[in-house]
Write a new protein. Structure first.
Length: 255
């Protein structure tokens, strides 16, 4: 009876040891193993592997891309405009051992360095650049943050500035400026149209002066347009020859 109890205890112990020794990691997971406090080679996984109970300790690391929402930051632009900016960053662990050994909390560290870099970089640009050259600023942010997180085994893939909140007074000033710019463009276009029309009229006058019959044809065309089917106006055509003497100056120069 005692023998059976001992065997049962031994079997239970073996089962517990094996249960604590066997590890299974998914495709996107890696295990950083410490043996008696020392880093043991490269990361383990994916799949099935064994650990020595009590001696080995494993820390699981996720290799998938993480979405980091950077909280809104108060920024003073280079042209002294206060703005409120938030952004989002996408990063992933590329060196599991470095992400565990070289930094205590790589997620928190990446978040803090992203906030600091966001304030520093945006403070070096004017407001117009924040609004019109956002892609360029995103590339600068991604490069700087990635360089700083690289030693931690973190790869920053993308950084996107999402919203730029401008004070209401500045928004009204920008609206007035945009309206004035639209009015300026409208006046320039109108002036260009008038200039082109005057040039065409000058050309037409030159043609008519060389070919008097063209004026008669234009006169007849005008009469046809006025005497439309729904017109209530009565037109009395007058030959141009009758009114030409009144339009030409006297030959003797008398008034």
């Amino acid at each position: 009876m005692i023998y059976l109890i001992v065997v049962a205890v031994v079997l239970a112990f073996i089962i517990i040891v094996l249960a604590n020794s066997v590890r299974v990691l998914r495709e996107y997971e890696r295990g950083v193993v410490f043996r008696l406090g020392r880093l043991l080679g490269g990361p383990k996984g994916p799949g099935l592997f064994l650990l020595i109970p009590i001696v080995d300790k494993m820390i699981k690391v996720d290799l998938r891309v993480v979405t980091l929402v950077i909280p809104p930051q108060e920024v003073i632009t280079r042209d002294n405009v206060p703005v409120r900016v938030n952004a989002v960053a996408y990063f992933q662990v590329v060196d599991p051992a470095a992400s565990i050994v070289r930094v205590a909390d790589f997620s928190l560290a990446t978040s803090q360095i992203s906030q600091t870099t966001l304030r520093s970089v945006l403070g070096q640009h004017v407001l117009d650049e924040l609004l019109s050259e956002r892609d360029k600023i995103n590339v600068i942010l991604q490069k700087i943050i990635d360089e700083q997180t690289g030693p931690w085994g973190i790869k920053v893939n993308v950084v996107e500035v999402r919203d730029v909140e401008i004070p209401s007074g500045m928004q009204r000033a920008m609206a007035r400026q945009a309206e004035a710019e639209r009015e300026r463009r409208a006046k320039v276009i109108s002036a260009a149209g008038e200039f082109e029309a005057s040039a065409k009229l000058t050309e037409a006058a030159a043609v008519i002066s060389e070919h008097p019959i063209a004026l008669t044809l234009r006169y007849l065309q005008t009469l046809l347009e006025i005497a439309g089917p729904n017109s209530s106006t009565t037109i009395f055509p007058v030959p141009i020859d009758l009114i030409r003497p009144f339009t030409q100056p006297p030959k003797d120069g008398s008034a």
